[in-house]
Design a protein around this ligand. Sequence first.
Ligand code: NAP
Length: 257
Amino acid sequence: MTVRVGIAGLRGRMGHEIAALGVNDPRIMVVGGLSRRTRDGEPGPNGIPLFAETADLLSEVDVLIDFSAPEGSIIHASACASSGVPLVCGTTGLNASQMAELRSAAERVAVFHAANMSAGVNAALAVLPMLVRALQDYDVEILESHHRHKVDAPSGTAMALARVVADATGGDLEGRARYGREGASLREPGEIGILAIRAGGNPGEHTVILAGDGEEIRLSHRAFSRVSYAEGALRAARLIANQAPGWYEPTTLPGFL
Ligand SMILES: NC(=O)c1ccc[n+]([C@@H]2O[C@H](COP(=O)([O-])OP(=O)(O)OC[C@H]3O[C@@H](n4cnc5c(N)ncnc54)[C@H](OP(=O)(O)O)[C@@H]3O)[C@@H](O)[C@H]2O)c1
């Protein structure tokens, strides 16, 4: 079955990548995209038409893929809920009330959200609890590095890694997260350090350091390009097209991992 997809944020970095992959995938038909600055039918990246009205695009697709910005994602989620179209959302940096709005769309349609769509990062998230539980008294620090245009910091992936570390040791992240360090700042027991770098064109790099007095383990992931994120987004789109309304993540969408 060919899944007809629309891409919100088509003109962005991820929009370009998903479009380029999607047009060469026989299992996918990229019907069109959304941009805030467009005239109806204007061609976007890869010749994919842009739609001025979200509802017009949604009437022609099976799934909307959103890689835009938090303010845009909640508008797209609400439109998907009204049109009965499942949503794959890769946008990061949503605050608590924006996440609540995304989740409320999941009462009416299937909504998949992942701060990182890559197979490698999701595999790392899956094995991390085992390492953390085996090394309970080791210090944990999370480093992430991204391109100079990235808006949110720390990255959604760094926060997902931190939440997994906190969960694996049975505690809340709040109160344990330490964002960057400056001045006198002795490490507290149980602290989870989270440090962000913004430089150049780096498509994404994450390292979890687990360090004891005599050794350390580094669980690292480096994206060479955005292609692994785009592959994950299209895989999620194919898998979610026929799912019942609800909230889906990499671990709960059957077949994603
Ligand atoms: N989950 C993952 O695996 C993953 C991987 C990479 C990036 N991301 C996330 O995906 C998002 C997009 O990343 P990117 O690098 O592609 O960003 P980008 O290059 O800035 O593209 C985002 C696009 O979204 C549109 N947009 C911006 N604000 C909007 C709004 N308020 N309403 C509607 N549309 C809006 C813009 O297009 P117009 O100006 O044409 O409207 C823009 O081109 C970010 O949150 C990023 O962190 C996630």
